[in-house]
Ligand binder design. Structure first.
Ligand SMILES: Cc1cc2nc3c(=O)[nH]c(=O)nc-3n(C[C@H](O)[C@H](O)[C@H](O)COP(=O)(O)OP(=O)(O)OC[C@H]3O[C@@H](n4cnc5c(N)ncnc54)[C@H](O)[C@@H]3O)c2cc1C
Length: 396
């Protein structure tokens, strides 16, 4: 592949920067601290993007998206994260949206796609269950067809942002008598349907991202079935195979690196941290690791179209390396705060009245350090990724 600078991509980066400078309101800037934005901010930003024709930056033009190349999408994500723009609804944009574009009927598309562009319908993902995470095909939530409805009973867990979502896409077992993968279907449900109960799980960072979601005799219209009954596993494989190049979350790594450099050059009182040899060495090492990942992301982006086992394996390597590096760098960020690190454990994006002595630097960093512990679990754990790499190696 060609590693020379691409002038078109440089021009595109300038275009994105100019857009962010002109259209990102000051009150929304700097609000993205590694977790999903609050609903009001996310919706406000989605409206601005949509008004500019960038409501679905990751989708092809024929589905109303920007039609950007993967390289352009990576640049867009990087620039948005660099200025702390609010996040978009990743479940809508990167998971259920592409599924709807590919598998939904015209009626389903007409119902569900416009609110994704306008940000008026937020989504959550109901896949994992107690006992069915890595081994997702073992899921037990049951949907029994009665006339023009499915009656759904069961429990989902770790349902991120279910408490803010308007709709859920979920996997259900419609046929317990066949091979486990063949008996799964893909349903959409309005979160206001009677029988759906959401209970919070507060995670180690002190925030409420996660939930348990219970289904008790929930009546879901058959018109909310995506694809045919029993096709849920095929659709899930499509959904999980999207965009291997983004699995390292390079924009987050670059944001952390920039924050480290800012911290390293501050602290005028006792001299800048970067003047200390051990600190400078460690920073240089992380920078080298981030740059290595950036090169690998380019390589995987170039391979993405062939969708081969090697691309999947490279995506898995990126996931393992990227998430491990996120963890190490977020720990280093907190260590860099020295004494302030101990009081920096406030909810990201909000100042804590109980820690009046915390420095601006430390704001939200410890919360993010704790949250990043989960990065090697969600989206497929590191052990599962290593298994994919090992299996691919055996094929060559
Ligand atoms: C922050 C966060 C957000 C999440 N958000 C969502 C969401 O919105 N919607 C949703 O549906 N799910 C969500 N999940 C769930 C996530 O997909 C699962 O946690 C993940 O798939 C692992 O499943 P599990 O937790 O059941 O662990 P298990 O699958 O039980 O794994 C337990 C341990 O065993 C290891 N292991 C399991 N199988 C193998 C194997 N074959 N080989 C080697 N080791 C193995 C795992 O790596 C892990 O260390 C989220 C999880 C987290 C942490």
């Amino acid at each position: 592949m060609d590693f020379r600078r691409n002038p078109n991509l440089d021009a595109f980066r300038q275009e994105v920067r100019a857009f962010l400078r002109d259209h990102l309101p000051a009150e929304l800037a700097g609000r993205n601290s590694g977790v999903r934005s609050e609903r009001a901010e996310l919706v406000a930003w989605q409206r601005i993007l949509n008004a500019h024709g960038w409501g679905a930056p990751h989708w092809p033009e024929e589905h109303g998206g920007t039609g950007w190349s993967l390289q352009q999408r990576l640049v867009f994500d990087e620039e948005c994260v660099a200025v702390g723009a609010p996040t978009q609804d990743g479940f809508a944009q990167k998971l259920v949206g592409p599924v709807l574009n590919r598998f939904a009927t015209p009626e389903q598309k007409a119902e569900h796609l416009p609110p994704i562009f306008t940000g008026t319908r937020l989504w959550c993902q109901g896949f994992s269950e107690p006992g069915s995470g890595s081994d997702l095909a073992s899921l037990r939530t049951q949907a029994v067809r009665t006339g023009d409805h499915y009656v759904v009973n069961g429990q989902k867990i770790w349902t991120s942002y279910a408490h803010q979502a308007d709709w859920i896409f979920l996997l259900v077992r419609t046929d317990p008598s066949v091979k486990k993968q063949a008996g799964i279907s893909f349903l959409l449900a309005d979160m206001r349907t009677p029988g759906i109960t959401v209970r919070p799980i507060v995670s180690i960072d002190g925030r409420h991202h996660l939930n348990e979601t219970f289904f008790d005799d929930v009546r879901v219209p058959v018109r909310n079935l995506i694809g045919a009954e029993g096709e849920g596993w095929k659709i899930t494989k499509f959904l999980l195979n999207n965009e291997h190049a983004s699995s390292a979350d390079l924009p987050t790594l670059l944001r952390m690196l920039n924050r480290l450099k800012q911290l390293a050059t501050q602290r005028a009182g006792r001299g800048a941290l970067v003047e200390r040899h051990v600190f400078a060495l460690r920073l240089a090492r992380y920078e080298a690791e981030v740059r290595a990942i950036a090169v690998m992301v380019q390589r995987v982006a170039a391979m993405e179209a062939d969708n081969s086992p090697a691309t999947h394996a490279m995506g898995s390597i990126l996931k393992v390396r990227g998430t491990e590096l996120q963890q190490k760098m977020s720990e280093f960020l907190v260590e860099s705060l020295g004494d302030s690190g101990a009081v920096a454990n406030t909810v990201a994006g909000q100042r804590s009245a109980t820690c009046p002595d915390q420095t601006g630097d430390g704001h939200g960093l410890a919360a993010e350090m704790f949250f990043r512990r989960a990065a090697t679990i969600y989206g497929g754990s590191s052990e599962i990724q290593r298994g994919i790499v090992a299996k691919t190696m055996f094929q060559f």
